[in-house]
Design a protein around this ligand. Structure first.
Ligand code: AMP
Length: 493
């Protein structure tokens, strides 16, 4: 099937063919005709499926088919007609780039706004008039607070990576943004999400009018073309194994995930010591540093990019062949997002997880989510020492609520690497684990008006309140980076 049969205009088809795309991806095949009909959409699509073009192309077409309302024309104004909300700056920048790319033969104006950079140039851009605005919620609300953005004429609302926005605690911001828009019945609303939790369904109910459901990959499963393997290894030998694998296999571009920002920094430094060019990317880095690290990685100057989950969200790096989970994520869904960084747009990729005995519970949760076992392979010379017992993951999900802090996990009944059962531990608090980095990342988003704490988040007293400064609201991230956000467990630092 070619793009020609989807009903797109000549200008858009030209832009698509200039990108070198010969045929639409499954999500594009399904979403484009439905969006062109003006229907609301709830789409389940992972990153890497081509979802951005899936909504950007029909959006551009609808906007150019239907000129701005008579009101706006009379006033000579250029109102914001389409709003795309994304969870992270990187994703916002990438979506905005796609809007530019696909819209290059149209006379549409677009802009992107996110925190961590000066607000004044954004104000100037908004003042000059924009048809399509791509934004992260925090900075958008800053503009709304300063009355430098008018969303009252929005005809199209797109929530991209909605699951991640909720994981990052953006639900209140989203509600505040919705209150600034015309009623949902007067808009076309599109919601894209890699996973469908009950929270997402509730948001969809509030937002979408009789939506068409589109799903291109079975829920919560990983793309078939991604080869996945677990290498059991002792924690203290992970770095050695990683350097060995990169060197021995001559991997030139590797994205490595750690659980914490501190861990990302430390690993990047250690890899440098091992002679591998490496950079860390996480929410505590300035926007400039993040952009520079990503550019270096894309160009090939940086061979290993070490990232935390939130920072890596939305990174679009063509043909990324290797993703390494140096540490398993606290939230099983993050595994799906992480490995979605490879095997993009039909290319094959490899996702390698280095798993120590402490992480077996996390591994089992991931396998349960995927509804399949991941292949285990012990690499020669890196056999795990069977005498090492599982310990609670430091600052990790092994102790998600902090209410059993200090207690060690039950002993392993066997080696546990898929060859025996690891003892069960408590269920995870998914949202709390994911919010942690968002707090500090949001601090970097440069809000101009910190909000008071509250917003209904569950807040618990830290287990050791003497050593923990009082924490603030996770969204503003003000206050100590070390402050626990929910429970006394894990700080992404
Ligand atoms: P996305 O899921 O939107 O992040 O897109 C993932 C990657 O697929 C991006 O690098 C796009 O440039 C690329 N892409 C999007 N549509 C197509 C297509 N029809 N054919 C080939 N590559 C595509």
């Amino acid at each position: 099937m070619s793009f020609d049969s989807l009903g797109l205009s000549a200008e858009l088809l030209r832009a698509v063919s200039e990108q070198g795309y010969s045929e639409p991806t499954p999500i594009q095949r399904k979403a484009i005709p439905i969006i062109l009909q003006g229907l609301d959409v709830m789409a389940g699509a992972q990153t890497g499926t081509g979802k951005t073009a899936g909504f950007t192309l029909p959006l551009l077409q609808r906007l150019s088919d239907k000129p701005a309302g008579a009101d706006a024309r009379q006033r000579g104004a250029r109102p914001i007609r389409a709003l795309v909300l994304t969870p992270t700056r990187e994703l916002a920048a990438q979506v905005a780039e796609s809007v530019q790319t696909y819209g290059r033969h149209l006379s549409m104006k677009s802009a992107v706004i996110f925190g961590g950079v000066k607000i004044n140039p954004q104000i100037d851009t908004l003042r000059r008039g924009v048809d399509i605005l791509v934004a992260t919620p925090g900075r958008l609300l800053d503009h709304a607070g300063q009355r430098t953005v008018d969303l009252s004429q929005v005809e199209f609302l797109i929530l991209d990576e909605a699951d991640r926005m909720l994981d990052m605690g953006f639900i209140h911001d989203i509600k505040r943004v919705l209150a600034l828009l015309p009623p949902s019945a007067q808009r076309q609303n599109l919601l894209f999400s890699a996973t469908f939790s009950d929270d997402i369904k509730r948001l969809a109910d509030r937002l979408l009018n009789s939506p068409e459901l589109i799903e291109v990959a079975p829920r919560n499963t990983t793309a078939e073309r991604i080869g996945q393997v677990v290498h059991p290894v002792d924690k203290h030998r992970k770095r050695e194994l990683l350097s060995h694998m990169i060197g021995a296999n001559d991997w030139r571009q590797v994205l490595v995930f750690t659980r914490t920002k501190h861990g990302a920094n430390r690993l990047a430094q250690q890899l440098e010591t091992d002679g591998l060019s490496a950079a860390a990317i996480h929410g505590n880095k300035s926007q400039g540093a993040r952009t520079k690290a990503l550019a270096g990685f894309k160009k090939g100057d940086v061979r290993v990019l070490v990232a935390t989950d939130i920072a890596a969200r939305g990174l679009d790096i063509d043909q990324l062949p290797h993703v390494v989970n140096y540490e398993l994520p606290n939230v099983p869904e993050d595994y799906v997002h992480r490995i979605g960084r490879t095997g993009r747009a039909g290319k094959s990729g490899e996702a390698v997880s280095l798993v120590c005995v402490d992480e077996l519970k996390l591994l089992r949760d991931i396998e349960r989510l995927l509804r399949r076992d991941i292949r285990k392979q012990v690499l020669p010379g890196y056999d795990p020492d069977p005498s090492i017992r599982a310990e609670p993951i430091q600052n990790g999900r092994g102790n998600p609520r902090g209410n059993d802090r200090g207690r060690s996990q039950p002993r392993q009944q066997s080696d546990g690497y898929g060859r025996g059962r690891a003892p069960a531990t408590k269920a995870t608090d998914r949202s709390s684990a994911s919010r942690r980095e968002s707090g500090s990342q949001r601090a970097g988003e440069g809000r101009t008006s910190p909000k008071p704490g509250g917003h209904g988040h569950v807040r618990r007293k830290p287990a050791d309140s003497r050593s923990q400064p009082q924490h603030r609201h996770p969204r503003s991230g003000r206050g100590s980076q070390r402050a626990p956000l929910v429970g006394g467990g894990f700080n992404d630092d």
